[in-house]
Design a protein around this ligand. Structure first.
Ligand code: NDP
Length: 322
């Protein structure tokens, strides 16, 4: 690894990650991944990108010497990894190190949604416990629920283990059946939604899942239905969800992710039966540091050993010499 190895950071990454990159590489930054912001010197020198933002094909093509894009996060739907693969550019993400944290968040969000704990705390803080009496009994409960997981991957399985400990049955939908688990498999999302009353989405974003959780899925969940999303907002038809919440086609929803973050649709903000979080699934100091370390360790491994630690599937074939 040469000291002049130049890593470009478009947009923001954690200060800790930038410091570690700066210790090993020459770091340059721009406000966002827009080819118009690249200087001629950057176009010549940049061989790596470290980012938590959208990196599209045009931006990749604007950097002829680019060798690797190290994405901060396990979800890399913002990076055109298929295009990077055709350009022989490695793409890495940060799997595993955030799995348990995101699963914890999903469970917290599920309980907050069903048992209305944030609203109960607001009741106390507003003096209503003293003034009006106990917070009303919640219509929702976890007791008797049947939970479906859409996306039984690393995080989905960590959520499923927690749900099992609550004594609730788990079933799931993926494109492929997972070997070595006893949970009931559903070959379609609709069949899963028909079989359960609680649906937790932890599927990735991208074209294959775009608005796949739609009105039909909410109808199938039914009037006692609860929908929790810690995957990607793009997988949900948010207008259909807002309508299902308003008409009480389902009971409630808990959302950590939205289609156009940080913009949350007014129609969802208006719903009392929606529990809304600002994409905090992995957002602890502990886990964000582990993610930063893995992102930077991918860059170091690539430029010292010619090997990425956690390549994404679309670029698993990319070799450092090519
Ligand atoms: P994995 O790749 O381990 O799991 C993804 C699962 O989704 C796989 O089981 C896959 O199975 C399934 N899946 C993918 N595409 C489809 C599809 N089109 N239809 C049905 N099932 C599908 O990823 P992780 O568990 O590590 O992460 C999952 C997602 O969670 C990330 O992509 C990210 O978007 C989100 N995330 C959100 C966070 C937050 O802060 N809220 C934090 C971290 C991650 P198969 O391929 O067989 O279909």
């Amino acid at each position: 690894m040469r000291a002049e190895t130049t890593i470009l950071v478009p947009g923001k990454i954690p200060a800790y990650a930038a410091d570690r990159i700066g210790e090993r590489f020459r770091l340059v930054g721009i406000d966002k991944a827009d080819p118009a912001l690249l200087t001629e010197e950057m176009k010549r020198s940049v061989v790596g990108i470290a980012s938590a933002t959208i990196v599209n094909a045009a931006f990749i093509d604007a950097l002829p010497n680019l060798r690797i894009i190290a994405n901060f996060g396990v979800g890399y739907d913002g990076v055109d990894a298929a295009h990077a693969g055709t350009r022989n550019v490695m793409v890495t993400n940060t799997p595993d190190v955030l799995t348990e944290e995101v699963a914890d968040t999903a469970i917290g969000l599920l309980i907050n949604t069903v048992r209305e704990l944030p609203k109960a705390e607001s009741w106390l803080r507003a003096g209503r416990w003293r003034g009006e009496g106990p917070y009303p009994l919640t219509r929702g409960t976890l007791r008797g629920r049947s939970v479906g997981i859409f996306g039984l991957g690393r995080i989905g399985r960590a959520i499923a283990r927690r749900i099992e400990a609550f004594g609730l049955p788990v079933s799931y939908h993926n494109r492929r059946q997972v070997q070595g688990v006893d949970y009931e498999y559903h070959p379609t999302l609709l069949s899963l939604a028909e079989a359960v009353d609680t649906l937790i989405s932890v599927a990735p974003g991208g074209a294959a899942t775009e608005k796949i959780v739609n009105a039909e899925i909410f109808t199938a969940l039914g009037a006692n239905g609860v929908f929790v999303n810690v995957g990607r907002g793009s997988a949900v038809d948010e207008a259909a969800l807002a309508e299902a919440l308003e008409k009480e086609t389902i009971l409630a929803a808990g959302l950590d992710v939205f289609a156009d973050e940080p913009n949350v649709p007014e129609a969802l903000l208006a719903r009392e039966n929606a529990c809304l979080l600002p994409h905090v699934g992995s957002a602890s100091v502990h886990t964000r540091q582990a993610m930063a370390d893995l992102m930077v360790d991918n860059l170091i491994a690539w430029f010292t050993k010619g090997e990425a630690l956690t390549p994404v599937a679309e670029t698993a074939h990319v070799r450092s010499g090519g």
